[in-house]
Write a protein that binds this ligand. Structure first.
Ligand code: ADE
Ligand code: ZN
Length: 326
């Protein structure tokens, strides 16, 4: 449709992308072969058939298992490059990508192998496509505070190449307050702060992320809409929300894209953006997410342009670089 052509042509930034969630089944098999790792699937079709989730934890169990094929610096480079090639094809000009170091260090892969591999892929993407990127180190919230502090210590030699810290994994039962001290330390170190909140967790987790983690950007934030005072606060502060329509559908955060909260968020004056989260698991990259939502007929071309513009203004690029993209 005309809207799809408009979406494809729009320059955009992607602000909510877990690089481990961009591991396509074909690449999982290729890496399993290269590294002689056993995987519990016989074919790419079997893998895709297993990607049916009823909640976040269902997905996380299979996502952490998939990451086991990632072993060498070259694996992390290839993973990142495969994502950047697809993102460039979607006219993504800048990406701020999450990685989960603990998923790898807990399997004996050194932090530096992961970080250097991803940085290699980022440099190659800029050379190949002119696509710029930043790295965000996520703490796994189902693990304890001390493990997060240990990860931040391991990251020290790379902190000049890491833009910020984030918080992901199982939300319910792991409120932001559990990580207040490690986020305070990250702030003292000059790192930006973001957190997943209000995906499955209640609006109070979003309030905690603002008050106790001092977040610069909110990942998901869907359930904020249940609290009118919180909505006013988010609108007045202008904080960016990184929302993920196909993820929300696949993880049953929304029952139907026809009821997706993004149009409402824009009406309420929230700085929403569209992102793919874990595209290999949720059935689409960033343009697929724009198209799926636009197909519901609740977004104007002005809304779509606003969402793309928000992705640059909500990025951690400096003002001159943002201006250059708008
Ligand atoms: N890790 C990867 N994707 C995630 C999501 N949508 N929520 C929480 N943790 C995640
Ligand atoms: Zn996410």
């Amino acid at each position: 449709t005309d809207l799809d052509t408009f979406i494809a042509g729009l320059p955009k930034a992607e602000l909510h992308l877990h690089i481990e969630g961009s591991l396509e089944p074909e690449q999982m098999f290729a890496l399993a072969r290269r590294n002689r790792v056993d995987i519990p699937f016989g074919s790419v079709e079997q893998v895709r058939a297993a990607y049916s989730f009823s909640n976040l934890q269902d997905f996380l169990d299979i996502y952490y298992q998939g990451a086991d094929v990632l072993r060498s610096q070259e694996d992390f480079r290839d993973l990142a490059l495969a994502y950047f090639d697809r993102a460039a094809a979607d006219n993504v000009r800048h990406a701020e990508i999450f990685f989960d170091p603990q998923t790898h260090t807990d399997r004996g892969i050194p932090f530096g192998i992961v970080a250097e591999g991803l940085l290699d892929g980022m440099a190659e993407a800029e050379a190949r496509h002119g696509l710029t990127s930043k790295l965000i180190l996520c703490f796994l919230r189902h693990l304890d505070e001390e493990a997060a502090f240990e990860t931040l210590r391991q990251a020290e030699p790379w902190l000049d190449r890491i833009a910020g810290v984030g918080l992901d994994s199982s939300e319910l039962g792991h409120p932001p307050e559990k990580f207040a001290r490690v986020f305070a330390r990250a702030g003292e170190m000059g790192l930006k702060r973001v957190a997943h909140a209000g995906e499955e967790g209640p609006p109070d987790y979003v309030v905690q992320a603002l008050d106790l983690l001092a977040i610069d950007r909110l990942d998901h934030g869907n359930r904020s809409l249940e609290d009118p005072a919180l909505v006013r606060r988010l609108a007045e502060s202008g904080i960016t929300l990184t929302v993920c329509p196909l993820s929300n559908l696949k993880l049953c955060v929304v029952g139907d894209l026809a009821d997706h909260p993004i149009p409402r968020m824009l009406e309420l004056g929230l700085a929403a953006t569209i992102n793919s989260d874990d595209p290999a698991y949720f059935g689409g990259y960033v343009n697929d997410n724009y198209r799926a939502l636009a197909a519901q007929g609740r977004l104007s071309t002005v809304d779509i342009a606003t969402l793309a513009r928000n992705s640059f203004t909500g990025s951690f690029l400096d003002d001159a670089d943002v201006a250059h993209h708008l």
